[in-house]
Write a protein that binds this ligand. Structure first.
Ligand SMILES: NC(=O)c1ccc[n+]([C@@H]2O[C@H](COP(=O)([O-])OP(=O)(O)OC[C@H]3O[C@@H](n4cnc5c(N)ncnc54)[C@H](O)[C@@H]3O)[C@@H](O)[C@H]2O)c1
Length: 407
């Protein structure tokens, strides 16, 4: 069986992740792109060397193609509407994280899916990182005892690709705690599989990626930006963003005005560049997540402690992590086989493989609608918390025990 997939959103992920890894398979192919910018969709097809039909919207693609499945990888605020259309057709669906940009949007998607009798795969690719899969095995085997406290620290080099695009605004991304944090909240939920998150507190701010913090002298008569491509200071700015392909060329951007290289200092953003969130679960587990977009490196660092030991790991050290037993035994280094090639530590092709295999065999999805809403609700709670200066109960946003949401 040759699985026929339509990709909704022919941007970075639609082309370089899903387009690429589906096209590299023998048992699946991309047959159509839906994207309001036909230049970008055509550019993606050319980069991939594939022939596809191109549609300006999801509805047109669903009406014009006989598909086995769709991948939704358009901007976050469009996931809900795209998902509703695909659910209506009863297709296999993978939604790149987040499930939707709001908890209410997730509820709408889940109710529609339950009514139509379809499950949806939520694209939490971090669950496919070999290092994190091995850590989960160690936790599940009880090697650190009962899980008690987890810390994730995410550093993202400079924030360049975040503050220059649609994800810089909460109305389009849900805010950074939803857009980016949902990955990390999901991994913590996955590690703590026996617990439900109950409440969240967060602090955050936009303190470095601001107009008054550009890293060079600005002449009064010469403004900065608006894009790196045309900025008068592009030669001296250490954060100049190279626009590298036809997907983002001036010709393509002329169609919809979507430039990928807005100045990350002067762009009209309302998502934070640094913050800390704390989560309390219903099983005596607590977790924290640091998001730092002003470092000169990218990594995710983990400390996970149970009543018999602690795990320490870093995604940028993917072939080993350390287990420090609480008593007696020596600290142990656990070796992890190197990941296969591919984006996000080899996890992107595994994500695609898992989706295609589920379509072919009916195997359950790795991460589903409930995983999706749980992570978004935590992110939205964190957004409310730092903006309103208060602790937020998840029950304000959703009842995760509501039977109409359960699988
Ligand atoms: N899992 C991960 O590691 C990961 C990493 C990055 C991004 N993402 C997610 O992938 C998705 C896409 O992100 P990206 O970085 O590729 O964005 P992008 O800006 O590179 O591409 C988005 C594309 O969607 C198109 N689009 C806009 N509105 C649309 C609509 N209504 N229907 C169809 N297409 C539409 C745009 O024209 C553009 O081509 C987002 O949901 C993002 O959160 C996931």
């Amino acid at each position: 069986m040759d699985v026929k997939i339509g990709v909704i959103g022919a941007g970075n992920r639609g082309c370089r992740c899903f387009g690429r890894y589906i096209s590299e398979r023998d048992d699946a192919r991309v047959v159509a792109f839906a994207d309001p910018n036909p230049e970008r969709a055509q550019g993606a097809a050319e980069l991939l060397g594939i022939e596809v039909n191109i549609y300006p919207d999801t509805e047109g693609m669903l009406a014009g193609e006989a598909l086995d499945g769709v991948v939704i990888t358009s901007p976050d605020h469009t996931h809900e509407a795209c998902a509703m259309a695909a659910i209506d057709k009863g297709l296999h669906i993978l939604i790149d994280k987040p499930l939707a940009s709001t908890t209410a949007g997730c509820v709408n998607v889940i109710r529609a899916a339950r009514k139509r009798g379809v499950e949806v795969f939520v694209g939490f690719n971090m669950r496919h990182v070999p290092l994190l899969r091995r850590i989960k095995e160690v936790i599940d085997a009880g090697e650190i005892g009962n899980l008690m406290v987890m810390e994730t620290r995410e550093f993202y080099d400079g924030g360049r690709s975040y503050m220059c695009r649609w994800n810089r605004r909460r109305e389009w991304s849900g805010g950074l705690w939803v857009h980016k944090g949902c990955h990390d909240f999901d991994v913590q939920n996955w590690f703590n599989s026996g617990g439900e998150p109950v409440r969240v507190s967060a602090f955050a701010g936009i303190n470095a990626l601001r107009p008054d913090a550009v890293p060079f002298e600005v002449e009064p008569e010469q403004p900065v930006g608006p894009n790196c491509t045309v900025c008068a200071y592009r030669e001296q700015c250490p954060d100049m963003y190279p626009v590298e392909s036809r997907l983002w060329s001036d010709e393509t951007a002329a169609v919809d005005g979507y430039h990928k290289d807005l100045c990350m200092y002067t762009s009209d953003k309302d998502t934070h560049d640094n913050g800390v969130a704390i989560v309390e679960y219903d099983n005596n587990v607590r977790a924290s997540l640091l998001e730092c977009f002003i470092a000169n490196f990218s990594d995710r660092l983990y400390t996970i402690t149970g009543d018999r030991g602690t795990i320490m790991a870093a995604v940028k050290t993917p072939t080993q992590f350390e287990v420090r037993p609480r008593w007696g035994e020596e600290n142990r280094i656990i070796e992890v086989p190197p990941a296969a090639a591919g984006g996000h530590g080899g996890s992107d092709p595994r994500l695609v493989e898992s989706f295609v295999d589920s379509i072919r065999t009916g195997a359950p999805y790795e991460s589903n609608l409930v995983d999706g809403i749980r992570a978004v609700a935590m992110g939205e709670a964190a957004e409310l918390s730092w903006r309103d200066h208060r602790m937020v109960e998840l029950s304000e946003l959703v009842d995760l025990n509501d039977p109409s949401l359960a699988g």
